[in-house]
Write a protein that binds this ligand. Structure first.
Ligand code: AMP
Ligand code: MG
Length: 491
């Protein structure tokens, strides 16, 4: 008898280096086999870059692997232990609805975690069922892939499969599993777990492992733990600046949702801002606006302080010295963030080089956008295209004064206007995953089994800087501005 497995090379090439850590960092845990798995969406380019055989992934065996019913050769599934501050309160967490199959070593020798999210109970499930529903998993697929195309570091989504079972939330929903691909799933919360429930040697083992995996360049430095802290701080400063420059609101920046690799992780209640307003919050559970758009840099710094605390025993043997060194490193965050953000803002406005007036010009624009309820993405798009009349500020004296100042800033540049326009096109996405578009795609998929709306949306979002005619309808705002738009954690 011919077995498909022998016709198709799978392409899986697993290593399981996380298992070299002390065993308190994980529990061996197989995913719960899905009853009747069905492939909903597969990310072809990502599958290819992972070295996976697309035909195999689409076959019965492949879909069973993506649903946890079959364990790919070489995978040694685990649930990872971690803790975290959730809305400021510290608690033990861990993979309660996910298992890590292992690390795929790609044809380019990258090491990438392959995780099944929604694959059943684990010892860390607490009162949860370990499952996920189709809507939220598709939402993570759309949002994470959109972020990747925007050029923002993020975990990726390889596939979504349905399990053939119901999950019970407020109503019964279709169960699904997302295959998440990440540089790693090591979080600030993983270090907090080590610091709270482990020994100094456990923290050191985790730090050494993480440095080797994500920051090998500092491995031989004299105080590599201090350098590690500084590197993590810089990567976060860069990441958060990119969120801010595109209007992305993560929604639940708990310390367990901050990856040490510097990737955006855990797409729960995230959404992109429409009108520019630093106080924008979409998440239904964020009642006090802790994770509002404008608070994100401050919260990142708070989370990094929690990370720094876990590193104290490694940075210096003298506690006071260690605190001082860690504090100095954390204090750099706002400078680094500002540096990255200013560079990004200059590019958004077509400015080359640095001029003294830049900061004021930028702040004046943002202030105006806030006052005139200007859409964040479309304002920068209109400036890029020179269609000033399309902004909410059009016709006001404020705006025409500002445009004059900007014009003189631009005319002082050696680079010509064409170079400026190109810079702006590369820095201002023409399309983002607008809330109403995402909802429309999810509703067609989940309620009607129609995946064409999502496919079109994914296509459009894969080239956010294209400024192509087919994007035009995706640029439009909803008939009713969705000020009251609410997102949910999707657990
Ligand atoms: P999240 O909101 O996805 O960042 O998850 C926070 C914590 O809750 C993590 O420890 C998750 O593993 C856990 N969790 C979320 N949903 C479930 C679920 N349905 N069953 C068990 N644990 C869950
Ligand atoms: Mg999480």
């Amino acid at each position: 008898m011919t077995d498909r497995k022998y016709i198709l090379e799978t392409g899986w090439n697993f290593d399981n280096s996380y298992l070299t850590l002390p065993d308190k960092f994980y529990t061996m845990q197989k995913p719960t086999p899905a009853k009747s798995p069905g492939l909903i969406v597969l990310n072809y380019p990502l599958a290819r870059s992972l070295g996976l055989n697309i035909g195999m992934l689409q076959s019965k065996d492949g879909v069973e692997m993506l649903s946890g019913s079959q364990i790919p050769e070489g995978a040694m599934p685990i649930a990872q232990a971690y803790a975290g501050h959730q809305f400021g309160y510290f608690t033990m967490l861990g993979d309660g609805r996910a298992v890590l199959l292992g690390e795929q070593i790609t044809p380019r020798s990258e090491r990438l975690d392959i995780q099944l999210k929604g694959s059943g109970e684990t010892p860390y499930s607490r009162n949860g069922d370990g499952k996920a529903a189709l809507g939220p998993m598709l939402r993570e697929f759309i949002m994470s892939e959109a972020m990747h195309s925007l050029g923002i570091e993020t975990t990726r989504s390889l596939a979504v499969v349905t399990t053939g079972e119901r999950v019970y939330r407020e109503s019964p929903l279709e169960g699904a599993i997302l295959t998440r691909v990440a540089l790693s799933h090591i979080r600030v919360g993983t270090f907090q777990y080590a610091a709270n429930w482990g020994t100094i040697e456990d923290i050191r083992a985790l730090a050494d492992y993480t440095i080797k995996r994500h920051y090998p360049i500092i491995e031989n430095e004299e105080n590599k733990y201090l350098s590690f802290l500084k590197e993590v701080i810089n990567r976060q400063a860069m990441l958060i600046s990119k969120w801010m420059l595109t209007g992305f609101i993560h929604g639940v920046m708990n310390t367990d949702n901050m990856a040490i690799s510097g990737e955006t992780i855990d797409y729960g209640p995230c959404a992109f801002m429409d009108d520019y307003d630093p106080e924008t919050v979409f998440s239904s559970i964020d009642r006090n606006g802790r994770y509002a758009y404008g608070n994100q840099p401050k919260i990142a710094e708070w989370n990094l302080s929690r990370f720094a605390e876990t590193m104290l025993p490694l940075i210096h043997e003298n506690k006071d010295q260690s605190v001082k060194m860690a504090q100095d490193a954390v204090d750099e965050f706002s400078k680094l963030y500002n540096y990255h953000w200013m560079a990004g803002m200059r590019a958004k406005l077509g400015f080359f080089g640095k001029e003294e007036e830049d900061e004021q010009l930028i702040n004046e624009l943002l202030d105006m956008m806030n006052r005139y309820h200007a859409d964040f993405t479309n304002t920068f798009r209109a400036l890029t295209l020179g269609k000033f009349e399309e902004t909410a500020m059009s016709g006001s004296k404020d705006f025409s004064d500002w445009l004059e100042k900007r014009k003189s800033r631009l005319s002082g540049q050696q680079e010509g206007i064409d170079a400026s326009i190109q810079l702006m096109k590369n820095s201002n996405p023409s399309v983002i995953p607008r809330n109403h578009r995402v909802e429309e795609a999810l509703s067609a998929a989940v309620n009607n089994g129609d995946y064409s709306v999502m496919e079109n949306l994914l296509n459009i979002l894969s080239k956010p800087y294209a400024y192509s005619p087919e994007q035009n309808e995706y640029v439009e705002l909803p008939a009713e501005k969705n000020k009251c738009y609410k997102t949910y954690c999707g657990t």
